[in-house]
Design a protein around this ligand. Structure first.
Ligand SMILES: [Zn+2]
Length: 232
């Protein structure tokens, strides 16, 4: 039986309460406002994280919050690209901690911070927040996930490359323009791109990537439910 799921900001109280009864799981997508080269939107990481969380929640039940666009160590300080809003690790940790604590207070037993922006500094910042919440609350499990962790060897995690661009094309058709890329191989220094060439991206590939991530995420969620003896 499929457990119910919903987008937290779209739900009325009675709907949240119905989900809480059978699937007290909250997914907090974590994104960024960050240069993703000429061909892709600034909010790619948020779109990706929210889209992936919705797909996971359809399988596991639970609620999905709106994506939080707070990227730590964006490509702006790293390589000087514009249009990025860079957030300090301390602030991101605080926000992560407070979302965790508030969602626990609302009755959620599993809270997943899912980040689509995944330099080590970002993952560390969210982990610090989750750890602080864990030390303050006994009966809710907090965990940090990233698509990076679930892609495995099937697809290369990248920045604005073929993999991220494929996710964007899958989640928001028409939002990518690879014709705006220069007529030469793309690089990190010149274009702010890592991984495969975004001209190899497609919406179909994005759907395949999503299936891989959802399958592994669902396995991990099942392990967590078993570990904390939560029978849903
Ligand atoms: Zn990205």
């Amino acid at each position: 039986m499929n457990r119910p799921f919903g987008l937290y900001s779209d739900l009325r109280p009675v709907e949240i309460e119905a989900i809480l009864k059978v699937a007290p799981i909250a997914y907090v997508p974590w994104g960024a406002l960050e240069w993703h080269s000429q061909h892709a939107p600034i909010g790619l990481d948020s779109v990706k994280a929210e889209g992936i969380c919705k797909a996971i929640a359809q399988e596991t039940g639970g609620v999905v919050l709106p994506a939080i666009p707070m990227g730590v160590n964006t490509i702006k300080p790293f390589k000087g690209f514009p249009h990025s809003i860079d957030i300090s690790a301390d602030l991101a940790s605080r926000v992560a901690e407070e979302f965790c604590l508030q969602l626990a207070d609302e009755g959620f037993k599993v809270v997943i911070l899912f980040t689509g922006h995944y330099p080590p500094e970002q993952i560390d910042a969210l982990q610090v927040g989750a750890d602080k919440a864990s030390s303050a609350v006994d009966d809710t499990h907090f965990e940090v996930w990233a698509d990076l962790h679930f892609l495995g060897d099937d697809f290369q995690a990248d920045h604005a490359g073929a993999t991220e661009t494929s996710f964007q094309m899958h989640f928001v058709p028409g939002s990518v323009d690879v014709s705006s890329l220069p007529d030469r191989p793309v690089t990190l220094d010149d274009d702010g791109i890592t991984g495969g060439d975004p001209r190899e991206a497609s919406a179909e590939r994005g759907a395949e990537q999503l299936a891989v991530v959802v399958k592994r995420a669902k396995q991990r969620l099942d392990e967590i439910l078993k570990d904390i003896n939560l029978e849903l």
